[in-house]
Design a protein around this ligand. Structure first.
Ligand code: F6R
Length: 606
């Protein structure tokens, strides 16, 4: 996730900003840059790689000024490179940006028609161009920024400086930004850890706030220039707490980030009114010829594929084969030249998934990657790529990558359905309306995390758990069980509920708690019969469903109600309490949640 810092004060900005960038490193990034206002102009340095590479490049250079901006970039538009790194300077305007400008292609086109040339592949570059445009038309600096911001759709936190000016302007909409208020200095930052060593007094900006820092003073306005009052708050975080945004572990932070990760994955891709989904640069071959789709991945990403299969087959009526990448690569699958092969990976560096992609390419087929890391091997070497914009996932156990992968499958299903003529604009619009509600629904689930923690704490002494689900929620429980075993080291198995009587029922007694995910769909009653069978054998049951069941509630040990949504999207909601349950059990058991034993975040070996 990109990180922004800015300094406006009396001391040398360079060292303060580099130190702040180092404190933002935990967010994950691929390049870094700095801009210092010096002798009437803004001087810039950018580097692909680490903050230390940037520091090595500038430590012996003359960068002396007491106002500056700096940035760590997590690529979303344009591969990681010096050219795409921030700050971006156009004319006398310098900008750093975090977020995604949804309408940047439109803006870029119209700016190009005005004769403007672009030197990066980023969405960000439209911002300084727009500001310069308004300056050329006679606006002053502040007004030019305001007018430019009004043209942007999407999410952003920005910092802006102008050659020859002592003023720094910052603004935010849907991306985090705060102002640190120090002695004779102001700082801006994406989050508190970047600057907590200099101040613990913060103004947490709200959407549509514009901050103007000039002449040692700071004021806040709205997008029309009207003054806004914001309270200065004092925080008492330790450095480590602040780094995780106040969460105890990255995994918990990432679970709670899911509403935002989903929103960012949807931004710019869904056109609800038109009933359309848009993907850039897919270059798909003729989709009317596809007879079979393959979905290939490992671990959590493989579970997302199982969900993709369910929704694709139900809506597109195309056969889908799912494969674990390490199996696929060696079993010489029977591929037809018109098959579509989708490879899914959070990191884009998983050796087995990359090897599977190479096998497919060798046979001359088109490959499509669903990936979270821009510029990763899988994303570079596949013919097409759709990014999940989940932001960096630092906790080893995958959480927000999973839910965003499912959302991409959902959008891709609608996209292909429309292209193949099996879904019309009304169908797509109806589905998109439900998709858009998900961030709100997840927020509601997260508000009930205390109830999940209670269940987790009361039951973490069990040595085994059985998870049951059906249909599209069978992969959900596979994923729930994987989360539990990998971070708490409690043994967990997941079964399709209908399979219970074919074997696992033998395991059930008072020492085998059962986690059941069963929204009230066509198989709910059948799953209730499975629950009855468990209860008769003295098993404990925790039921996750989408409306309170007065008949079942007295019989089971706990019922957790998940908001209602359409069948295809249920896993995005029902996995969240299971992620939380695994997290809280592991946390109370005292395991190393973010780096569980024997596991690596990116499995780059076979
Ligand atoms: C589980 C987990 C792993 C990964 C798997 C694939 O929490 O993180 O199972 O899902 O190693 O990784 P990616 O998606 O990076 O290919």
């Amino acid at each position: 996730m990109c990180g922004i810092v800015g300094y406006h004060g009396r001391e040398g900005a360079r060292d303060i900003l580099i130190d702040a960038l180092r404190r933002l490193e935990y967010r994950g990034y691929d390049s870094a840059g700095i801009a210092i206002s010096q002798d009437g102009s803004v001087k810039i340095a950018r580097k692909q790689g680490k903050v230390s590479d940037l520091w090595n490049a500038i430590c012996n250079e003359n960068f002396e000024g007491s106002m500056g901006l700096a940035h760590t970039r997590w690529a979303t538009h344009g591969v990681p490179s010096e050219r795409n790194a921030h700050p971006h300077k156009v004319g006398d305007i310098t900008v750093v940006h975090n977020g995604i400008i949804e309408n940047y292609l439109e803006l870029k086109e119209s700016l190009k028609q005005d004769g403007r040339t672009f030197v990066s592949d980023t969405d960000t570059e439209v911002i300084p161009h727009l500001i310069v445009n308004y300056l050329d038309k006679g606006s002053d600096f502040e007004e030019a920024v305001r007018l430019a911001l009004k043209r942007l759709k999407g999410s952003y936190a920005i910092g802006v400086m102008r050659d020859g000016s002592d003023t720094m302007i910052a603004a935010k909409k849907e991306s985090p930004l705060l102002v640190g208020v120090g002695k004779d200095e102001f700082m801006i930052a994406s989050d508190a850890p970047a600057i907590i060593n200099r101040t613990n007094s913060f103004i947490f900006l709200e959407d549509n706030d514009i901050v103007i820092i000039t002449n040692g003073e700071m004021r806040i306005t709205d997008f029309d220039g009207a003054a806004v009052n914001r309270e200065i708050k004092t925080v008492q975080w330790t450095g480590a707490m602040a780094e995780k945004g106040g969460y105890r572990h990255f995994m918990l932070k990432e679970i709670f980030e899911q509403p935002r990760a989903l929103t960012e994955t949807l931004i710019g891709r869904i056109r609800e009114e038109e009933g359309d989904v848009v993907f850039e640069d897919l270059n798909l071959p003729d989709v009317s010829k596809i007879r079979k789709i393959w979905m290939v991945a490992c671990g959590t990403s493989y579970h997302a594929c199982l969900i993709g299969k369910n929704m694709f087959e139900a809506n597109l009526r195309i056969p889908v084969e799912t494969d674990i990448a390490s199996e696929f690569r060696y079993r010489d699958p029977i591929l037809d030249k018109d098959d579509l092969v989708i490879l899914v990976s959070q990191s884009g560096e998983t050796a087995d998934t990359i090897a599977a992609m190479k096998e497919v390419k060798k046979k001359g087929l088109y490959t499509l990657a669903i990936c979270n890391v821009l510029g990763s091997t899988l994303s570079r070497d596949s013919h097409g790529v759709i990014y999940t914009h989940a932001g960096p996932e630092i906790g080893v156990a995958s959480t927000k990558a999973f839910t965003t992968q499912i959302s991409v499958f959902f959008m891709l299903m609608l996209y292909l359905g429309k292209l193949r003529g099996v879904l019309d604009g009304d169908d797509v619009r109806r589905h998109l309306t439900e998709l858009k509600k998900l961030p709100h629904h997840i927020t509601a689930i997260l508000k009930s995390s205390a109830a999940i923690e209670e269940i987790a704490q009361a039951n973490m002494h069990y040595g085994h758990f059985l998870y049951l689900g059906r249909g599209i929620n069978f992969p959900t429980v596979l994923e729930g069980a994987l989360k539990l075993k990998e971070i708490s080291y409690i043994h967990a198995e997941a079964y399709a509920a209908g399979e219970m009587k074919h074997g696992p029922i033998a395991l059930i007694d008072e020492n085998m708690p059962i986690v059941v995910v069963s929204p009230k769909d066509q198989t709910y009653k059948k799953t209730c019969s499975n629950i009855e069978e468990v209860i008769t054998r003295r098993g404990k049951v925790f039921l996750f469903t989408d409306s309170f069941d007065h008949d079942m509630a007295p019989k089971v040990n706990a019922v957790f109600v998940i908001p209602e949504t359409i069948y295809e999207l249920q896993p995005i909601l029902s996995i969240v309490p299971l992620q939380l349950m695994a997290y809280y059990m592991a946390n109370h058991l005292g395991t190393d949640v973010d780096q569980p034993r024997n596991l690596a975040k990116s499995v780059t070996v076979e």
